[in-house]
Design a protein around this ligand. Structure first.
Ligand code: ZN
Length: 486
């Protein structure tokens, strides 16, 4: 069997005021695609593993991924999708294509990129070649995607610790598709609900996850997946959906998806986030009694497309004169450059952060001591993505008062303690660990952080959904329109 692998993976926050450009993407092709994912707990890593196990020949096409960001520019998108198609064309003849996509990618002039990619790949490979796809739990699914693909597998967990397994699933279904024992029927059920994404490690999303696994115990159900959706993007598809794939029986798929959707809808009130103002989050953290605790910069999570240089939480930490506190990661290449010029041991005057979007706070003017400088390269150790090479550009560990702050040259969502360790910071010795990350840190910091407090602030990822200018979403939608029904 000959299988081409590739994809374009982007989570788009349409409230961002600048477009994502080609330079924001890491693009790998051919042997470099294999080298970047072999043995890595990623979708493509899982696809490679399953293909090797079944003795299939892998034809690496092109895989492009970026930190979540603004709408993808027309030029960047057309360049990437044309390149993906060219690489697949070069691989022909093939039996199957495995695509690692997100589900909440938006490009100018295109809209939902996943439907566009799948439609174009189908046109290229024809009706008999199988197309199998992985999607992220935060995908805002467009039902049209099922017209172009044979099977879809989405991550079940948040943090997404099962990307590898879903990549394996996508390849492992292929022999059954070819011998006719498996005929997937896909049903996508959408909910009129703007659901702020929640962890599946506890709380209401954990209950939904458990229900999906129970439904998958039925041998006729190939997959039952609850997609939380991504509310910080304004499209007609925005919102949660339940995807069910059955073998041959579309009624059974529809019934399964509706059962989960009904459970989500009936429990929608439990998904309201427990968000605090930065000052309150810090006060609660100081009262925790059992440390370290995490304070999450929910208003400026680069993993949700935010600038990563927002200052609301940092300013509140400085005003609280915290000791035993550390913070990762402020994105500010100019401050990093200034620090590398001054050198370790110097004290410099800085204007930190607040440079990209005034909605995320003004720069913090301060003196700062340079404790350490690095090249910003390390390996991810989180169960989510373990083994992948992370590069955040040159970095500096600054000390302002008694607070240790890691500043990076490329936007970074700290999903494990590695960014701290790189700078000699052992987070277990601190009381407050502030993170520009809302949920994905939970796997990497498990066993270290005792509790967490969500700090919300104004900006493009505020939990106060009334503050966002939605124009495209379908109305009525709960909770903006309390009369919405399902
Ligand atoms: Zn996600």
């Amino acid at each position: 069997m000959r299988i081409a692998l590739g994809g374009i993976l982007h989570e788009t926050n349409t409230f961002r005021n600048e477009d994502a450009q080609l330079s924001d993407f890491d693009i790998v092709r051919g042997e470099s695609l294999i080298a970047a994912h072999q043995g890595v707990r990623s979708y493509i890593g899982g696809m490679l593993n399953a293909a090797a196990t079944m003795g299939a020949t892998v034809l690496p096409a092109m895989f492009a991924s970026a930190e979540a960001g603004g709408t993808i520019s027309e030029r960047a998108y057309s360049g990437m999708v044309d390149n993906l198609l060219d690489e697949i064309r070069t691989a022909l003849p093939i039996d199957a294509v495995g695509l690692a996509l997100h589900g909440a990618g938006i490009a100018r002039g295109v809209g939902n990129i996943e439907v566009d990619i799948c439609r174009k790949v189908r046109q290229l490979v024809g009706p008999t070649t199988k197309i199998v796809v992985t999607l992220d739990l935060h995908g805002n699914l467009d039902r049209q995607i099922s017209e172009y693909v044979d099977a879809i597998f989405g991550t079940n967990y948040h943090p997404h610790t099962d990307m590898f397994e879903r990549g394996q699933d996508a390849i492992n279904i292929l022999p059954g598709l070819f011998d006719g024992t498996v005929v997937p029927r896909i049903h996508i059920e959408k909910l009129p609900f703007l659901m702020v994404t929640s962890t599946t490690m506890h709380g209401p999303a954990a209950e939904v996850e458990k229900l999906c696994r129970q439904i998958e115990d039925d041998p006729d159900i190939i997959a039952c997946t609850f997609f939380h959706g991504f509310v910080w993007t304004d499209t007609p598809d925005t919102g949660p959906s339940v995807l069910a794939v059955s073998n041959r029986n579309i009624e059974k798929a529809a019934e399964a998806a509706r059962r989960v959707a009904r459970f989500v809808w009936d429990n929608r009130d439990k998904f309201r986030p427990n968000a605090l103002a930065p000052k309150e989050a810090i006060a609660s953290a100081l009262d925790a009694g059992d440390w370290p605790v995490a304070v999450l910069d929910g208003g400026d999570d680069p993993g949700g497309g935010c600038p990563g240089d927002g200052t609301y939480l940092l300013r509140a930490m400085l005003e609280a004169n915290l000791v035993d506190a550390c913070f990762a990661a402020m994105f500010d290449p100019s401050v990093v450059a200034q620090a590398h010029e001054a050198g370790v041991g110097a004290t410099i005057e800085i204007e930190l952060g607040g440079k990209i979007d005034p909605r995320h706070g003004a720069p913090v003017a301060s003196s700062a001591y340079i404790k350490a400088l690095t090249d910003g390269n390390f390996l991810c150790q989180s169960p989510m993505g373990r083994g992948s090479q992370v590069s955040v550009g040159r970095t500096v560990r600054l000390q302002i008062g008694a607070i240790d702050i890691v500043v990076v040259s490329e936007r970074h969502q700290p999903i494990d303690p590695e960014i701290f360790l790189l700078h000699g910071i052992d987070v277990s010795r601190y009381r407050i660990v502030a993170l520009k990350c809302t949920n994905h840190w939970r796997a990497g910091f498990a066993g270290i952080v005792k509790r967490d407090f969500l700090a919300d602030s104004p900006g493009i990822m505020s939990r106060d959904l009334k503050t966002h200018l939605y124009r495209q979403i379908l109305r009525p939608v709960w909770p903006l329109d309390p009369q919405a029904t399902y």
